[in-house]
Ligand binder design. Structure first.
Ligand code: SF4
Ligand code: SF4
Length: 186
C-alpha cells in the first residue's frame, strides 16, 4: 500500500493532540501526502507551493484539511521526541474504519518508512514499538513499495483474532481475548 493509498483511507481518527508538542521545522506531511480536497489539491511526494523555509507561508489562511490533519507523532505523547518524521524518516498515521474488515482494522496505526525500512530498526521507533506492544495497538508497517506488514500483534495472535490458523495455545488464546475485549466493542 503506497503513501497515496494510505492517505486516501477514510475515517482518520480524531485522537487529541499531545499537549506541548509542535511540528517545529518538520514539513514532512506538506511534502509527502497528496491532498485532494475541494478547497485544496496537491500531488503526493511534492513539496506544497505554500511551504517556505519558515513553514507554511499561508498559515493563517491555510486550508481546513491542513488545520485538521496531524500525524501520529503529534497525537501520541508517549512517542519519543526524536521520532519526529523529519528526524526519524518515519511518518505515523492513525486510522479507524467503521465498518472494519477485521478487529485489527477498527483502530490502528500505519508507520511509513519515508526513505528506507532501516528506520524501523532505529532506537526511536523501537521505543515506539514497545509502547504500542504494551498498550495493544495494532501497528502496520509500509515503505511505500506496496508492502504492508503487521508489526504488532504477533502473527499467532493475529490469526487467533481472525479465527484462522491452528488451534491457539492457551497463552495465545488468553492474549487474543484481551485484544477482543478492547477492540470488539468499538
Ligand atoms: S508530519 Fe507531523 S510533525 Fe511533521 S509537519 Fe506534519 S503534522 Fe507536523
Ligand atoms: S498549505 Fe501550508 S500546511 Fe497546507 S500543505 Fe501547504 S504548506 Fe503545508
Amino acid at each position: 500500500m503506497t503513501i497515496e493509498d494510505n492517505a486516501r483511507l477514510p475515517h482518520r481518527t480524531a485522537l487529541p493532540l499531545a499537549a506541548g508538542r509542535e511540528c517545529g521545522g518538520c514539513v514532512v506531511c506538506c511534502e509527502v501526502l497528496p491532498v485532494d480536497d475541494p478547497e485544496f489539491q496537491k500531488p503526493g511526494a511534492t513539496l506544497c507551493k505554500h511551504c517556505t523555509s519558515r513553514g507554511c507561508g499561508v498559515y493563517e489562511t491555510r486550508p481546513a484539511v491542513c488545520r485538521e490533519w496531524f500525524c501520529g507523532w503529534r497525537r501520541v505523547a508517549e512517542l519519543p521526541e526524536d521520532l519526529r518524521p523529519d528526524r526519524s524518516g518515519i511518518l505515523i498515521m492513525d486510522y479507524k474504519q467503521d465498518p472494519a474488515p477485521s478487529l485489527l482494522h477498527k483502530r490502528y496505526l500505519v508507520a511509513i518508512a519515508l526513505r528506507t525500512r532501516d528506520a524501523f530498526l532505529a532506537p526511536p521507533f523501537q521505543k515506539a514499538l514497545a509502547h504500542f506492544r504494551k498498550n495493544r495497538v495494532p501497528l502496520w508497517l509500509t515503505a511505500n513499495d506496496g508492502s504492508m506488514t503487521l508489526a504488532h500483534p504477533s502473527h499467532d495472535i493475529a490469526l487467533a483474532l481472525l479465527g484462522q490458523g491452528p488451534e491457539p495455545t492457551p497463552d495465545v488464546a488468553r492474549e487474543a481475548e484481551k485484544w477482543r475485549q478492547i477492540y470488539a466493542p468499538l
